[in-house]
Design a protein around this ligand. Structure first.
Ligand code: BDR
Ligand code: CA
Length: 313
């Protein structure tokens, strides 16, 4: 397999962190464009830079949108990820610094410099991508693939608006722009994430056997783990890591269905829900390749490698 060439839009975030570790372990990363989401932009930027320091890489980090495109969101995910998005450990100020270029422009420039080469991996609310698309609607023509972590394809969401998943629910208008603009994308939804949660004991073994990346992840993961346990969420849920696995190696997907997916913008109970045309009744061309099943062993091996744990542990 040739090394995947990745461009990542992210709001780190604990599971974003694991995904970014995986991206650097398995691929080349052209840049991190950062949005607000799990926590505010000052924290997500700082966390992205902390990861760059941890990895000792020179991956450029671009600051993006601090708010959704149209309506302010009434919830973030600090209650899962910690008030700073990284488990409130109190990491030192990062040494790496942000680029001056803003995220949307960086997405456009990097894809112009390398047309058809980059897989765009969207792990955050889709605000930066939507803005880039409004500036230049030809963006999809220059991207090799788009992989989106978002949505809940049968309405089992994870936000206060019951059927909405966080990334879509935080900025539904942005998701609408992206879903209407990209003729094709891979969709890794929240429900797939729940199906492929890791066993806690097994994951702890990987953390114990890993290197400095495992030490780091073990620390930042504490708040999210406590939240999950208190809310009867089973195992180690790693939404962004699953999307990253699909981005790194599309062959990991063993079952997917192509369907049209739209975003509910207005519903008082359903704003931010992903509406899947399972029966083809809208007669609209499918835009999403919905990931339903993956090779769990290969996913686990990718995560272990990213934590520096031997593959046999
Ligand atoms: C998604 O929302 C965020 O909390 C996670 O980082 C992930 O991107 C899961 O719904
Ligand atoms: Ca995320």
């Amino acid at each position: 397999m040739t090394k995947p060439q990745l461009l990542i839009d992210t709001d780190p975030g604990v599971d974003d962190a694991l995904a970014i570790l995986m991206a650097h372990a398995h691929g080349d990363v052209a840049g991190l464009s950062v949005a607000a989401g799990n926590v505010g932009l000052a924290h997500t930027m700082r966390n992205a830079l902390t990861l760059v320091d941890l990895l000792g890489v020179r991956t450029p980090v671009f600051a993006g949108c601090a708010t959704p495109l149209v309506r302010q969101s009434d919830e973030d995910a600090a209650f899962v990820h910690g008030s700073d998005g990284f488990g409130d450990i109190g990491f030192a100020e990062p040494i790496a610094t942000a680029q001056e270029e803003v995220a949307a422009q960086a997405l456009l420039r990097l894809t112009r410099e390398r047309p058809g080469e980059l897989t765009l991996v969207a792990l955050a609310p889709l605000t930066n991508l939507a803005l880039a698309l409004r500036l230049d609607p030809t963006l999809p023509e220059r991207v090799a693939r788009l992989v989106v972590m978002g949505g809940a394809v049968t309405g089992v969401g994870n936000t206060g608006k019951v059927p909405a998943e966080f990334n879509i629910g935080f900025d539904p208008e942005a998701a609408h722009v992206v879903f209407e603009s990209f003729p094709q994308f891979d969709l890794v939804d929240w429900e797939a994430t729940l199906r492929y949660a890791f066993d806690d004991t097994q994951f702890d073994r990987w953390l114990a056997a890993g290197d400095h990346r495992a030490d780091f992840f073990g620390k930042v993961f504490g708040t999210a783990r406590t939240f999950n346990e208190a809310h009867a969420r089973r195992g180690v849920i790693a939404a962004d890591a699953l999307a990253m696995a699909v981005a790194i190696d599309p062959a990991i997907v063993t079952r997917a269905e192509r369907r049209h997916v739209a975003v509910e913008l207005d519903g008082s109970l359903t704003r931010g829900a992903t509406v899947v045309d399972w029966a083809g009744r809208s007669r609209r061309e499918p835009n999403a390749n919905i990931v339903l099943e993956i090779d769990a062993e290969r996913f686990a091996a990718m995560v272990r490698h990213a934590l520096g744990a031997p593959t046999a542990s």
